[in-house]
Design a protein around this ligand. Structure first.
Ligand code: HAM
Length: 417
């Protein structure tokens, strides 16, 4: 019969790669906790309106990439393309702002964007997303970026290229937008049809366009940082100063606008050449009006999202899989019965133990113990069971000793010390 494969751009994550995923998640829980973050789990499906309003109508994500469908109740729903809008929705819905002046949340899970799949780009991918709601001071921005780089270093990632920018605020951005529009007037024909439209709807998006001719046109355009108001300038300077305290290297990228409309002031990305054109591993920034724009109180926020697949691809190889501690090779019916009992009892005590129920030859059972890289093998036959003893072999040294079956757990733990 014909087989059924997975959907294009949706991939299975198999062992041993999943060991790496678990290590990353464990490190995230530990690091984020020490910076005061708590985990939030949110649905993968939201009302389409949330992303339209949150991310922005004229972004690539909303225009072209969302998995949107009408459900049986005639409601337009969308598989989340990112986590920020959903986290803010939950923050408002549960009035989290009422109990804390600072709320630090993180979430890890799948996101969905219908992009063209290639290396490092999938239609279902995963993000590690963090958000800080409440404070608007630049030290919060620095703290978040410090936590991010600390986390990545803990996973063995060095030489990170951190780029930062400021996108200004509603006070200073209009002047910049005006400058962009007047710079591009007369050169409209050189822009792609999308950017010609963006010129009227959302000129900042032109910086983000992937079409080469648009990139050429925009290369000499005015730069946002030159238009920052006094407050935004001060914010940006204090951020840089705070990062400097930790000798954290970064470069200023005045062309970085990010692909989502909610950003104000600080934006940042961590890029890598490792992934070729798909080079952003992390993207984030401040969004001081998103909570209000989604119907909540006027509370500022900042966050980032790490692309899990891209992170995994960059991580140095490490042997994550801990081999089983013990293999029990049983010969004979009574031995099998006893071994089955010992094996599963030890597992329930937290020890990794393997055995083979099929009653194969000793040679093939030992072969399997070797293949699984078990550290010890216990060899039991029917007679040994009667005598409450068995041979315990250290698989690395080949040394063998007699062990009492009723003292097995203690003996092994002793050997491990
Ligand atoms: P973003 O830049 O759209 O930001 O995505 C963040 C990261 O998700 C990217 O840097 C990349 O590593 C990964 N990513 C995005 N699309 C794909 C894909 N198709 N395949 C694989 N990985 C992908 C956000 O999503 C914002 N919500 C970040 C944020 C949080 N800003 C403030 N708070």
């Amino acid at each position: 019969m014909e087989t059924i494969n997975s959907v294009r751009g949706f991939r299975d994550i198999l062992p041993p790669e999943t060991d790496k995923w678990q290590r990353v998640e464990k490190t995230a829980h530990e690091v984020f906790r020490s910076f005061g973050f708590r985990e939030i789990r949110i649905p993968v499906l939201e009302k389409t309106e949330l992303f339209r309003r949150g991310i922005g109508e004229s972004t690539d994500i909303v225009e072209k990439e969302m998995y949107t469908f009408t459900d049986r109740g005639e409601e337009s729903l969308t598989l989340r393309p990112e986590a920020t809008a959903s986290v803010i929705r939950a923050y408002i819905e549960h009035s989290l702002h009422a109990s804390e002046t600072v709320t630090k949340l993180y979430t890890i899970g799948p996101m969905f964007r219908r992009e063209r799949p290639q290396k490092g780009r999938y239609r279902q991918f995963h993000q590690i997303d963090t958000e800080i709601l409440g404070p608007d001071d630049p030290r919060t921005d620095a703290e978040l970026i410090l936590m991010l780089t600390h986390f990545l270093r803990k996973l063995g990632l060095e030489n990170l290229a951190l780029e930062i920018n400021s996108l200004g605020c509603p006070n200073c951005r209009p002047a910049f937008q005006k400058a962009i529009v007047s710079f591009l007037r007369g050169r409209e024909k050189e822009l792609c049809p999308d950017c010609q439209r963006r010129l009227n709807t959302n000129p900042l998006r032109i910086f983000d366009c992937k079409v080469e001719s648009c990139q050429t046109v925009i290369a000499d355009a005015p730069r946002l940082p030159e238009y920052l108001c006094g407050d935004c300038r001060k914010h940006f300077e204090t951020l840089q100063e705070s990062l400097g305290l930790f000798s954290l290297p970064f470069t200023l990228n005045p062309k970085m606008v990010r692909g989502l409309d909610y950003y104000t002031r600080t934006t940042f990305e961590i890029t890598t050449e490792f992934l070729g054109a798909q080079n952003a591993v992390v993207g984030g920034g401040r969004y001081d009006h998103l909570v209000r724009d989604l119907g909540g109180p006027d509370i500022p926020g900042i966050g980032f999202a790490i692309g899990f697949e891209r992170l995994i691809a960059m991580m140095p190889e490490a042997d994550d899989a801990l081999p089983p501690l013990l293999f029990i090779a049983a010969m004979g019916e009574a031995a099998l019965k006893k071994a089955f009992h010992i094996c599963n009892s030890l597992r329930m005590k937290g020890l990794a133990v393997e055995m083979d129920y099929a009653g194969r030859s000793l040679k093939s059972q030992m072969k399997r113990a070797d293949k699984l890289r078990c550290r010890y093998a216990l060899i039991v036959g029917d007679r040994e069971i009667e005598e409450n003893r068995a041979s315990l072999r250290n698989m690395r040294t080949g040394e063998q000793q007699e062990a009492r079956l009723d003292m097995l757990e203690e003996t092994i733990i002793q050997l491990e010390r």
